[in-house]
Design a protein around this ligand. Structure first.
Ligand code: C2E
Ligand code: CA
Ligand code: CA
Ligand code: CA
Length: 279
C-alpha cells in the first residue's frame, strides 16, 4: 500500500461566517442541495493489516456549495439532523454508495464492502429496515457488501427497540459496526446484547498511543475484548507507520487513515481497487 498523492480539501468554515450566512440559510440551501446535485460521496479505503488488501471503503459525504465551495459533513450533517433533512439525504447517501459499489463489481473490480454512516435519527426512523432492504433490491447489491456504521449513542436509546432494529438489519445480511468506539458515555453491556460485527476505534485513542502506554493498553484491551466477542476491529485515523506497526503487534484487523489513503473520488477509488491483489 502506498500513500495517495491527493492534497487535503479546504472546507468552508461556517463558524467564521455566521453573521452573513447563518445556519438558517445553510439549512435553506441544504433543502435544495439534493435536487441541485451538490452532494457527492468520497470513498476511503480500509486495509486489512495481515494482507495489505482493501477490505472495504467508507462512504463520506461532501457538499459542494455554489458560493462556499466544499462544506464538511461535520458542518452540515448536524443541520441535516436537526431539520430532519437527514432522512432524504441519508437515503440518497445509502442508495448512491450501494449503487457505486455494485457498479465497481459489475466493472469486474475485486468485491469489497462499502460502509455507510447512519445518523441516529435515520436509525430511529420508522422504516429504516425497509429502506435498506429496498435500496439493496433497487441497486442489486448483495447485502454482505454493505456495512452500516452507527455510534455508541444508540446504546443510550430505547434498548428493546434498538435491538429489534439491529436484528432486522442483521437478518437482511448487512453488517453493523460501532463507529467512534470509546468516545461515548454508554456502558459496555450493549456489546453482548447487540448483533454487531465490528468496532471502529476512534482516532483519539490512536493519536497518543505511541508516547502514552496507557492509551496503548486501552487499544490493546479493546482489541482483545473484541476478538473474544467475535468482533473485528478497525483503527481509524491512522497517520503514521509507527501506529501501523503497533496496531499490527496488537492484532488489530483493519486500518483506515491518511497513512494509506485519504478519502478518494469514485474514479480514484476504482483505480485503487484495480491494484487490490487477492490472496
Ligand atoms: P467519521 O465517520 O468518524 O469519519 C471519519 C472521518 O475522519 C472522516 O472525516 C475522514 O475523512 C477522517 N479521517 C480519515 N482518516 C483520517 C486520518 O488519518 N487523519 C485525520 N485527521 N482524519 C482522518 P469527514 O469525511 O470530514 O467526516 C466527518 C464526520 O462526518 C464523520 O466522522 C461522520 O460522523 C460524519 N459523516 C461523514 N459522512 C457521513 C454520511 O454520509 N452520513 C452521516 N450520517 N454522517 C457522515
Ligand atoms: Ca464512520
Ligand atoms: Ca469514526
Ligand atoms: Ca469521528
Amino acid at each position: 500500500v502506498k500513500e495517495s498523492g491527493r492534497s487535503s480539501h479546504r472546507y468552508y468554515d461556517a463558524a467564521m461566517d455566521k453573521k452573513s450566512y447563518g445556519n438558517l440559510s445553510l439549512e435553506r440551501d441544504l433543502r435544495k442541495a439534493l435536487e441541485r446535485e451538490q452532494l457527492l460521496l468520497m470513498y476511503q479505503p480500509q486495509f486489512e493489516l495481515a494482507t495489505g488488501r482493501i477490505a472495504g471503503v467508507e462512504a463520506l459525504v461532501r457538499w459542494r456549495h455554489h458560493e462556499h465551495g466544499l462544506i464538511s459533513p461535520a458542518e452540515f450533517i448536524p443541520i441535516a439532523e436537526d431539520s430532519r433533512l437527514i432522512i432524504p439525504i441519508g437515503e440518497w447517501i445509502l442508495y448512491t454508495a450501494c449503487k457505486q459499489n455494485k457498479a465497481w463489481q459489475d466493472a469486474g473490480l475485486p468485491a469489497v464492502q462499502v460502509s455507510v454512516n447512519l445518523s441516529i435519527h435515520q436509525f430511529q426512523s420508522n422504516g429504516i429496515i425497509e429502506t435498506v432492504s429496498c435500496v439493496l433490491k433497487r441497486t442489486g447489491l448483495e447485502a454482505q457488501y454493505l456495512e452500516l456504521e452507527i455510534t455508541e449513542s444508540i446504546a443510550m436509546q430505547d434498548v428493546e427497540k434498538v435491538i429489534l432494529t439491529l436484528q432486522g438489519l442483521s437478518e437482511l445480511g448487512v453488517k453493523i459496526s460501532i463507529d467512534d468506539f470509546g468516545t461515548g458515555y454508554s456502558s459496555l453491556s450493549y456489546l453482548k446484547n447487540f448483533p454487531i460485527h465490528r468496532l471502529k476505534v476512534d482516532k483519539s485513542f490512536l493519536d497518543d498511543m505511541i508516547e502514552n502506554p496507557k492509551e496503548r493498553a486501552i487499544v490493546g484491551a479493546i482489541i482483545v475484548m473484541s476478538h473474544s466477542l467475535n468482533l473485528s476491529v478497525t483503527a481509524e485515523g491512522v497517520e503514521t507507520m509507527e501506529q501501523v506497526k503497533l496496531l499490527s503487534e496488537l492484532n488489530c484487523d483493519d486500518v483506515q487513515g491518511y497513512i494509506f489513503s485519504r478519502p478518494l473520488s469514485p474514479e480514484d477509488c476504482a483505480s485503487r481497487l484495480v491494484e487490490n491483489v487477492s490472496y
